[in-house]
Design a binder for this molecule. Structure first.
Ligand SMILES: Nc1nc2c(ncn2[C@@H]2O[C@H](COP(=O)(O)OP(=O)(O)O)[C@@H](O)[C@H]2O)c(=O)[nH]1
Ligand SMILES: [Mg+2]
Length: 193
C-alpha cells in the first residue's frame, strides 16, 4: 500500500436530500454541537471542520444544499466537485425516502470515480413514529451498493460516526489510487569508475 503521506487531507462533503430532513441540523450538530427546532430553508452554505481520522489531521469543507426543487440545478456541479456525498432522508418522512431513487440517479450522473456516497436516515430519535423501516432503508442501500447509517441531529446519535465513516471511505479510495511511493536509496552518491 502507498505511504499515507502521499494523499491529500482536504475533503469536501456535500449533503443532499429533500427539504426538512435535517441536513442543516446534521452539519450544525457536527461543526458547532448545536441543534435548533427552527426550520429555515437553506439555499446554499459552507462550513468547515478539522478532525483527526486515523491519526491524520483532516480538513473538511461541508456544503449544505437546498431541499427545495427550484435550487436543484446547482447540485450537478457541486456533486461533481465533492469527495463525499451524504444522501439524507428522514425516517419519519416517506416522501423523502421515495425521492432517494431520483437523488441517487443525479449522483450517479455526476459523481467522480474517486468519490464516495453514504445514505443517511436522519431523525432516529423519532424511531417510535418512523414511517420508513430500518429493513427497507437497509435493503434499498444494499441494492444501490451504498453504506447506510441512521442519525439524530437532535441527540447527536451517529453524527460524528457518519462523517468519520465517509472520510475513511474516501481516504481508503485515495490510498488505493495513490501512486506508489518512491523509496529513497540511502547512498545516492554517484561513482564514476
Ligand atoms: N426530532 C428531530 N428533528 C430534527 C432532526 N434533524 C432536524 N430536525 C428538525 O427538522 C426540521 C428541518 O431541519 P433542517 O436541518 O433545517 O432540514 P433541511 O431542510 O434538510 O436542512 C427542523 O425543525 C429541525 O429542528 C432530528 O434528528 N430529530
Ligand atoms: Mg437546510
Amino acid at each position: 500500500m502507498a505511504c499515507p503521506a502521499n494523499i491529500s487531507d482536504d475533503y469536501q462533503v456535500i449533503l443532499i436530500g429533500a427539504a426538512s430532513v435535517g441536513k442543516t441540523c446534521i452539519i450544525k450538530k457536527w461543526t458547532i454541537n448545536e441543534f435548533s427546532d427552527e426550520y429555515i430553508p437553506t439555499k446554499y452554505s459552507t462550513d468547515h471542520k478539522e478532525i483527526e481520522v486515523r491519526s491524520r489531521k483532516c480538513k473538511v469543507e461541508i456544503l449544505d444544499t437546498a431541499g427545495l426543487s427550484q435550487y436543484w440545478g446547482m447540485r450537478d456541479n457541486m456533486i461533481r466537485q465533492a469527495d463525499g456525498i451524504m444522501i439524507v432522508f428522514s425516517i419519519t418522512d416517506e416522501g423523502s425516502f421515495e425521492m432517494l431513487k431520483e437523488l441517487h440517479q443525479q449522483v450517479e450522473r455526476n459523481i467522480s470515480e474517486s468519490s464516495c456516497v453514504l445514505l443517511v436516515g436522519n431523525k432516529h430519535d423519532l424511531s417510535e413514529t418512523r414511517k420508513v423501516t430500518y429493513d427497507s432503508a437497509w435493503s434499498f442501500s444494499e441494492h444501490l451498493g451504498l453504506d447506510y447509517i441512521e442519525t439524530s441531529a437532535r441527540v447527536g446519535h451517529n453524527i460524528v460516526e457518519a462523517f468519520v465513516h465517509l472520510i475513511e471511505a474516501i481516504m481508503d479510495k485515495r490510498l488505493q489510487n495513490a501512486p506508489p511511493q518512491r523509496t529513497q536509496t540511502k547512498n545516492t552518491k554517484c561513482r564514476v569508475m
